[in-house]
Write a protein that binds this ligand. Structure first.
Ligand SMILES: [Mg+2]
Length: 391
Protein backbone atom coordinates (compact mmCIF):
# COMPACT_ATOMS: atom_id res chain seq x y z
CA UNK A 1 0.00 0.00 0.00
CA UNK A 2 1.37 3.38 -0.91
CA UNK A 3 1.88 5.95 1.80
CA UNK A 4 -0.73 8.58 2.53
CA UNK A 5 -0.03 11.74 0.59
CA UNK A 6 0.36 15.24 1.97
CA UNK A 7 -0.89 18.44 0.34
CA UNK A 8 0.61 21.88 0.90
CA UNK A 9 -1.76 24.72 -0.04
CA UNK A 10 -0.65 28.33 -0.08
CA UNK A 11 -3.58 30.63 -0.76
CA UNK A 12 -3.27 34.42 -0.59
CA UNK A 13 -5.37 37.50 -1.09
CA UNK A 14 -5.19 41.24 -0.55
CA UNK A 15 -8.22 41.90 1.63
CA UNK A 16 -7.31 45.43 2.67
CA UNK A 17 -4.28 47.22 3.99
CA UNK A 18 -3.21 49.66 6.68
CA UNK A 19 -2.29 53.15 5.46
CA UNK A 20 -2.45 52.51 1.71
CA UNK A 21 -1.26 49.34 -0.02
CA UNK A 22 1.44 48.93 2.55
CA UNK A 23 0.87 46.17 5.09
CA UNK A 24 -1.77 43.79 6.45
CA UNK A 25 -3.37 44.86 9.77
CA UNK A 26 -2.73 42.48 12.72
CA UNK A 27 -6.47 42.19 13.44
CA UNK A 28 -7.10 40.71 10.00
CA UNK A 29 -4.26 38.22 10.56
CA UNK A 30 -5.83 37.30 13.91
CA UNK A 31 -9.30 36.62 12.50
CA UNK A 32 -7.87 34.58 9.61
CA UNK A 33 -5.85 32.53 12.12
CA UNK A 34 -9.01 31.91 14.13
CA UNK A 35 -10.88 30.61 11.08
CA UNK A 36 -8.01 28.27 10.20
CA UNK A 37 -7.78 27.08 13.83
CA UNK A 38 -11.46 26.15 13.62
CA UNK A 39 -10.76 24.35 10.33
CA UNK A 40 -7.94 22.44 11.99
CA UNK A 41 -10.13 21.40 14.93
CA UNK A 42 -12.80 20.20 12.47
CA UNK A 43 -10.16 18.13 10.65
CA UNK A 44 -10.39 20.05 7.36
CA UNK A 45 -6.67 20.88 7.54
CA UNK A 46 -3.87 19.28 9.56
CA UNK A 47 -1.79 22.39 10.20
CA UNK A 48 -1.48 26.04 9.17
CA UNK A 49 0.65 29.14 9.37
CA UNK A 50 -0.76 32.62 8.75
CA UNK A 51 1.44 35.53 7.77
CA UNK A 52 1.62 38.47 5.42
CA UNK A 53 3.97 39.93 2.88
CA UNK A 54 3.14 43.57 2.35
CA UNK A 55 -0.59 43.93 1.83
CA UNK A 56 -1.14 40.23 1.06
CA UNK A 57 -2.63 37.90 3.65
CA UNK A 58 -0.97 34.48 3.29
CA UNK A 59 -2.59 31.22 4.37
CA UNK A 60 -0.12 28.32 4.45
CA UNK A 61 -2.00 25.05 5.06
CA UNK A 62 -1.23 21.34 5.12
CA UNK A 63 -3.76 18.52 4.80
CA UNK A 64 -4.53 15.11 3.29
CA UNK A 65 -7.24 16.18 0.85
CA UNK A 66 -5.28 16.80 -2.36
CA UNK A 67 -5.14 19.91 -4.52
CA UNK A 68 -8.27 21.91 -5.44
CA UNK A 69 -10.17 20.45 -2.50
CA UNK A 70 -13.55 22.12 -1.94
CA UNK A 71 -13.42 22.05 1.87
CA UNK A 72 -9.90 23.53 2.02
CA UNK A 73 -10.70 26.23 -0.52
CA UNK A 74 -13.92 27.09 1.29
CA UNK A 75 -12.00 27.39 4.56
CA UNK A 76 -9.53 29.79 2.92
CA UNK A 77 -12.39 31.73 1.35
CA UNK A 78 -14.11 32.07 4.71
CA UNK A 79 -10.87 33.26 6.32
CA UNK A 80 -10.53 35.96 3.63
CA UNK A 81 -14.21 36.94 3.93
CA UNK A 82 -13.93 37.35 7.70
CA UNK A 83 -10.63 39.23 7.36
CA UNK A 84 -12.24 41.51 4.75
CA UNK A 85 -15.14 42.14 7.14
CA UNK A 86 -12.69 43.22 9.86
CA UNK A 87 -10.80 45.31 7.30
CA UNK A 88 -14.03 47.13 6.42
CA UNK A 89 -14.81 47.74 10.11
CA UNK A 90 -11.36 49.26 10.57
CA UNK A 91 -11.73 51.35 7.43
CA UNK A 92 -8.63 49.76 5.91
CA UNK A 93 -7.70 50.71 2.40
CA UNK A 94 -9.12 48.60 -0.48
CA UNK A 95 -10.93 46.30 1.94
CA UNK A 96 -11.95 43.10 0.17
CA UNK A 97 -10.00 44.12 -2.97
CA UNK A 98 -9.09 40.63 -4.22
CA UNK A 99 -12.43 38.96 -3.47
CA UNK A 100 -14.00 39.41 -6.88
CA UNK A 101 -17.19 37.53 -6.13
CA UNK A 102 -19.69 37.34 -3.28
CA UNK A 103 -20.54 33.73 -3.97
CA UNK A 104 -18.17 30.84 -3.31
CA UNK A 105 -18.55 27.98 -5.75
CA UNK A 106 -16.29 25.19 -4.51
CA UNK A 107 -12.89 26.58 -5.53
CA UNK A 108 -11.17 29.93 -4.99
CA UNK A 109 -9.52 29.80 -8.43
CA UNK A 110 -10.96 32.52 -10.62
CA UNK A 111 -12.46 34.36 -7.63
CA UNK A 112 -9.41 36.53 -6.94
CA UNK A 113 -7.09 34.77 -4.45
CA UNK A 114 -3.76 33.35 -5.68
CA UNK A 115 -3.21 29.62 -5.22
CA UNK A 116 -0.13 27.37 -5.19
CA UNK A 117 -0.74 23.76 -4.16
CA UNK A 118 1.20 20.53 -4.43
CA UNK A 119 0.59 16.95 -3.28
CA UNK A 120 3.38 14.47 -2.61
CA UNK A 121 4.43 11.44 -0.64
CA UNK A 122 6.62 12.78 2.17
CA UNK A 123 10.29 11.84 2.13
CA UNK A 124 11.84 10.97 5.53
CA UNK A 125 12.83 14.63 5.67
CA UNK A 126 10.72 16.96 3.52
CA UNK A 127 12.15 20.49 3.37
CA UNK A 128 10.20 23.07 1.35
CA UNK A 129 10.63 26.76 0.65
CA UNK A 130 7.57 28.97 0.27
CA UNK A 131 8.06 32.18 -1.68
CA UNK A 132 5.62 35.05 -1.31
CA UNK A 133 6.02 38.27 -3.27
CA UNK A 134 4.29 41.63 -3.11
CA UNK A 135 3.92 44.31 -5.81
CA UNK A 136 4.66 42.05 -8.72
CA UNK A 137 3.12 39.36 -10.94
CA UNK A 138 3.39 35.54 -11.22
CA UNK A 139 5.85 35.75 -14.14
CA UNK A 140 8.32 37.34 -11.70
CA UNK A 141 9.22 33.78 -10.68
CA UNK A 142 10.09 32.75 -14.28
CA UNK A 143 13.72 33.78 -14.06
CA UNK A 144 14.45 32.30 -10.60
CA UNK A 145 12.63 29.05 -11.49
CA UNK A 146 14.75 28.76 -14.61
CA UNK A 147 17.90 29.40 -12.60
CA UNK A 148 16.97 26.89 -9.88
CA UNK A 149 15.98 24.01 -12.16
CA UNK A 150 17.84 24.60 -15.44
CA UNK A 151 20.94 26.75 -14.87
CA UNK A 152 24.09 24.91 -13.69
CA UNK A 153 25.74 28.25 -12.96
CA UNK A 154 23.12 28.66 -10.22
CA UNK A 155 22.47 25.05 -9.22
CA UNK A 156 25.64 23.01 -8.95
CA UNK A 157 23.59 19.86 -8.34
CA UNK A 158 22.43 19.84 -11.98
CA UNK A 159 26.02 18.94 -12.86
CA UNK A 160 27.29 16.97 -9.87
CA UNK A 161 24.24 15.31 -8.29
CA UNK A 162 23.13 12.21 -10.28
CA UNK A 163 19.55 12.64 -9.06
CA UNK A 164 19.32 16.13 -10.60
CA UNK A 165 21.46 15.39 -13.63
CA UNK A 166 18.55 14.24 -15.81
CA UNK A 167 16.97 17.66 -15.59
CA UNK A 168 13.45 18.98 -15.04
CA UNK A 169 10.23 19.57 -16.98
CA UNK A 170 8.73 23.06 -17.02
CA UNK A 171 4.99 23.48 -17.51
CA UNK A 172 4.32 27.00 -18.78
CA UNK A 173 0.87 28.62 -18.68
CA UNK A 174 -0.24 31.05 -21.38
CA UNK A 175 -2.35 33.47 -19.32
CA UNK A 176 -3.81 35.12 -22.45
CA UNK A 177 -5.02 31.96 -24.13
CA UNK A 178 -5.66 29.70 -21.11
CA UNK A 179 -3.41 26.92 -22.43
CA UNK A 180 -0.17 25.32 -21.22
CA UNK A 181 2.90 23.65 -22.66
CA UNK A 182 5.52 21.38 -21.08
CA UNK A 183 9.16 21.81 -22.12
CA UNK A 184 12.17 19.77 -21.06
CA UNK A 185 15.38 21.15 -19.64
CA UNK A 186 18.16 21.02 -20.63
CA UNK A 187 17.16 19.81 -24.16
CA UNK A 188 14.64 22.59 -24.89
CA UNK A 189 15.99 25.51 -22.87
CA UNK A 190 16.16 27.84 -25.87
CA UNK A 191 12.46 27.27 -26.61
CA UNK A 192 11.68 27.59 -22.92
CA UNK A 193 13.51 30.91 -22.64
CA UNK A 194 11.87 32.18 -25.84
CA UNK A 195 8.48 32.06 -24.17
CA UNK A 196 9.15 32.65 -20.45
CA UNK A 197 11.05 35.80 -21.40
CA UNK A 198 7.53 37.27 -21.78
CA UNK A 199 6.58 36.97 -18.09
CA UNK A 200 3.36 39.01 -18.37
CA UNK A 201 1.89 36.24 -20.48
CA UNK A 202 3.87 32.99 -20.18
CA UNK A 203 4.21 31.84 -16.58
CA UNK A 204 6.16 28.87 -15.24
CA UNK A 205 3.36 27.23 -13.26
CA UNK A 206 4.91 23.86 -12.38
CA UNK A 207 8.25 22.06 -12.43
CA UNK A 208 8.55 18.26 -12.31
CA UNK A 209 11.63 16.09 -12.03
CA UNK A 210 12.31 14.23 -15.24
CA UNK A 211 12.38 10.47 -15.01
CA UNK A 212 9.92 9.96 -12.18
CA UNK A 213 7.74 13.07 -12.77
CA UNK A 214 7.97 13.97 -9.06
CA UNK A 215 6.58 17.45 -8.35
CA UNK A 216 9.38 19.95 -7.62
CA UNK A 217 7.73 23.40 -7.67
CA UNK A 218 4.40 25.17 -8.21
CA UNK A 219 3.61 28.85 -8.80
CA UNK A 220 0.29 30.67 -8.53
CA UNK A 221 -0.71 31.88 -12.00
CA UNK A 222 -3.83 33.90 -11.26
CA UNK A 223 -3.86 37.20 -13.13
CA UNK A 224 -6.55 39.34 -11.56
CA UNK A 225 -6.87 41.83 -14.35
CA UNK A 226 -7.44 39.05 -16.88
CA UNK A 227 -10.13 37.64 -14.58
CA UNK A 228 -11.84 40.93 -13.81
CA UNK A 229 -11.15 42.72 -17.10
CA UNK A 230 -10.01 45.84 -15.26
CA UNK A 231 -7.21 46.88 -12.97
CA UNK A 232 -7.85 45.43 -9.52
CA UNK A 233 -4.35 45.29 -8.13
CA UNK A 234 -1.31 43.29 -9.13
CA UNK A 235 -1.35 39.52 -8.89
CA UNK A 236 1.21 39.15 -6.14
CA UNK A 237 2.36 35.55 -6.56
CA UNK A 238 3.29 32.66 -4.27
CA UNK A 239 5.36 29.56 -4.98
CA UNK A 240 6.29 26.30 -3.27
CA UNK A 241 9.64 24.61 -3.97
CA UNK A 242 10.82 21.25 -2.60
CA UNK A 243 14.45 21.09 -1.50
CA UNK A 244 17.31 18.61 -0.90
CA UNK A 245 17.58 14.84 -1.55
CA UNK A 246 16.79 14.71 -5.27
CA UNK A 247 15.87 18.38 -5.54
CA UNK A 248 18.09 21.49 -5.48
CA UNK A 249 19.56 22.39 -2.07
CA UNK A 250 17.92 25.22 -0.12
CA UNK A 251 21.02 27.32 -0.81
CA UNK A 252 20.70 26.69 -4.55
CA UNK A 253 17.05 27.67 -4.43
CA UNK A 254 17.84 30.93 -2.61
CA UNK A 255 20.83 31.65 -4.84
CA UNK A 256 18.40 32.33 -7.70
CA UNK A 257 17.31 35.49 -5.86
CA UNK A 258 20.77 37.05 -5.56
CA UNK A 259 20.20 39.05 -8.73
CA UNK A 260 17.45 41.64 -8.08
CA UNK A 261 15.92 41.25 -11.55
CA UNK A 262 13.41 43.74 -12.91
CA UNK A 263 9.78 42.71 -12.55
CA UNK A 264 6.45 44.30 -13.42
CA UNK A 265 4.37 45.68 -10.57
CA UNK A 266 5.38 48.27 -7.98
CA UNK A 267 3.29 51.49 -7.91
CA UNK A 268 -0.26 50.90 -9.24
CA UNK A 269 0.97 47.65 -10.77
CA UNK A 270 2.28 49.79 -13.60
CA UNK A 271 6.04 50.00 -13.17
CA UNK A 272 9.13 47.88 -13.52
CA UNK A 273 11.32 47.61 -10.46
CA UNK A 274 13.87 45.29 -8.84
CA UNK A 275 12.63 42.27 -6.88
CA UNK A 276 14.20 42.65 -3.42
CA UNK A 277 14.54 39.57 -1.16
CA UNK A 278 13.69 40.47 2.47
CA UNK A 279 12.93 38.91 5.82
CA UNK A 280 9.41 39.11 7.24
CA UNK A 281 10.30 42.16 9.35
CA UNK A 282 10.95 44.08 6.13
CA UNK A 283 7.98 42.64 4.26
CA UNK A 284 6.25 46.00 3.92
CA UNK A 285 6.17 48.17 0.87
CA UNK A 286 6.75 51.87 1.44
CA UNK A 287 8.86 53.61 -1.18
CA UNK A 288 6.63 54.31 -4.19
CA UNK A 289 4.60 51.40 -2.73
CA UNK A 290 7.62 49.15 -3.10
CA UNK A 291 10.07 48.22 -4.31
CA UNK A 292 8.67 44.75 -5.10
CA UNK A 293 9.63 42.28 -2.40
CA UNK A 294 9.89 38.55 -1.93
CA UNK A 295 10.00 36.56 1.31
CA UNK A 296 11.19 32.94 1.60
CA UNK A 297 9.97 30.78 4.49
CA UNK A 298 11.56 27.37 4.99
CA UNK A 299 9.55 24.54 6.57
CA UNK A 300 9.93 20.85 7.12
CA UNK A 301 6.78 18.82 6.56
CA UNK A 302 6.31 15.85 8.88
CA UNK A 303 3.11 13.79 8.92
CA UNK A 304 1.40 16.73 7.20
CA UNK A 305 2.48 19.08 10.02
CA UNK A 306 4.44 22.28 9.43
CA UNK A 307 7.74 22.43 11.29
CA UNK A 308 9.15 25.97 11.21
CA UNK A 309 9.36 28.47 9.64
CA UNK A 310 12.89 29.70 9.04
CA UNK A 311 12.89 33.25 7.67
CA UNK A 312 15.46 32.55 4.97
CA UNK A 313 16.16 35.98 3.47
CA UNK A 314 16.56 37.51 6.93
CA UNK A 315 20.30 37.10 6.62
CA UNK A 316 23.20 39.53 6.12
CA UNK A 317 24.25 37.32 3.18
CA UNK A 318 21.51 39.08 1.18
CA UNK A 319 22.49 42.62 2.25
CA UNK A 320 24.40 43.33 -0.95
CA UNK A 321 21.49 42.07 -3.07
CA UNK A 322 19.21 44.46 -1.22
CA UNK A 323 21.72 47.30 -1.65
CA UNK A 324 21.88 46.62 -5.39
CA UNK A 325 18.08 46.53 -5.51
CA UNK A 326 17.93 49.96 -3.86
CA UNK A 327 20.48 51.39 -6.29
CA UNK A 328 18.41 50.02 -9.19
CA UNK A 329 15.29 51.46 -7.55
CA UNK A 330 16.94 54.90 -7.40
CA UNK A 331 18.08 54.67 -10.98
CA UNK A 332 14.83 53.51 -12.51
CA UNK A 333 12.64 55.83 -10.39
CA UNK A 334 14.30 58.82 -12.06
CA UNK A 335 12.54 57.82 -15.29
CA UNK A 336 9.31 58.98 -13.64
CA UNK A 337 6.34 58.26 -15.92
CA UNK A 338 8.55 57.19 -18.85
CA UNK A 339 9.05 53.67 -20.15
CA UNK A 340 10.76 51.37 -19.40
CA UNK A 341 10.03 52.30 -15.76
CA UNK A 342 6.34 52.60 -16.60
CA UNK A 343 5.09 49.40 -18.24
CA UNK A 344 4.46 49.23 -21.98
CA UNK A 345 1.03 49.94 -23.51
CA UNK A 346 -0.06 46.27 -23.67
CA UNK A 347 0.39 46.02 -19.89
CA UNK A 348 -1.34 49.36 -19.29
CA UNK A 349 -4.56 48.17 -20.89
CA UNK A 350 -6.25 47.59 -17.55
CA UNK A 351 -5.29 50.94 -16.04
CA UNK A 352 -6.77 54.35 -16.74
CA UNK A 353 -4.26 55.04 -19.53
CA UNK A 354 -6.72 53.98 -22.29
CA UNK A 355 -9.22 56.52 -20.89
CA UNK A 356 -6.61 59.27 -21.19
CA UNK A 357 -5.91 58.27 -24.81
CA UNK A 358 -9.63 58.14 -25.53
CA UNK A 359 -10.12 61.61 -24.14
CA UNK A 360 -7.30 62.97 -26.30
CA UNK A 361 -8.31 61.12 -29.46
CA UNK A 362 -10.40 63.97 -30.91
CA UNK A 363 -7.46 66.35 -30.55
CA UNK A 364 -5.10 64.27 -32.69
CA UNK A 365 -5.00 65.65 -36.27
CA UNK A 366 -4.08 63.60 -39.34
CA UNK A 367 -0.80 64.84 -40.88
CA UNK A 368 -1.07 62.88 -44.12
CA UNK A 369 2.27 61.18 -43.48
CA UNK A 370 2.75 57.51 -44.18
CA UNK A 371 1.55 55.32 -41.34
CA UNK A 372 4.04 52.84 -39.92
CA UNK A 373 3.15 49.19 -40.23
CA UNK A 374 2.18 47.57 -36.93
CA UNK A 375 5.04 45.43 -35.64
CA UNK A 376 4.55 41.76 -36.45
CA UNK A 377 5.59 38.87 -34.26
CA UNK A 378 6.39 36.00 -36.58
CA UNK A 379 6.24 33.15 -34.10
CA UNK A 380 2.78 31.60 -33.94
CA UNK A 381 3.28 30.91 -30.25
CA UNK A 382 4.04 34.52 -29.43
CA UNK A 383 1.12 35.96 -31.40
CA UNK A 384 -2.09 36.29 -29.45
CA UNK A 385 -5.46 36.10 -31.14
CA UNK A 386 -6.04 39.72 -30.16
CA UNK A 387 -2.87 40.83 -31.93
CA UNK A 388 -3.78 38.80 -35.01
CA UNK A 389 -7.18 40.48 -35.19
CA UNK A 390 -5.59 43.90 -34.84
CA UNK A 391 -3.28 43.30 -37.83
MG1 LIG B 1 -0.07 43.01 -2.68
Amino acid sequence: MSKEKTTVSVIKADIGSLAGHHIVHPDTLAIASRILAEGKSKGIITDYYVTNVGDDLQLIMTHRRGVDNNAVHELAWNAFKEAARVAKELGLYAAGQDLLSDAFSGNVRGLGPGVAEMEFEERPSEPIVIFMADKTEPGAFNLPMYRIFADPFNTAGLVIDPRLHQGFKFTVYDAFEGREITLNAPEEIYDLLAIIGTPGRFIVRRVNRKGDDEIAAVVSVERLSLIAGRYVGKDDPVAIVRAQSGFPAVGEILEAFTHPHLVAGWMRGSHHGPLMPVGLRHAKVTRFDGPPRVVALGFNIKNAKLVGPADLFDDVAFDEVRRMALIIADYIRRHGPMMPHRLGPEEMEYTTLPEVLQRLSSRFVETGEKKAAKPKVTSELLTSEKEKEAD
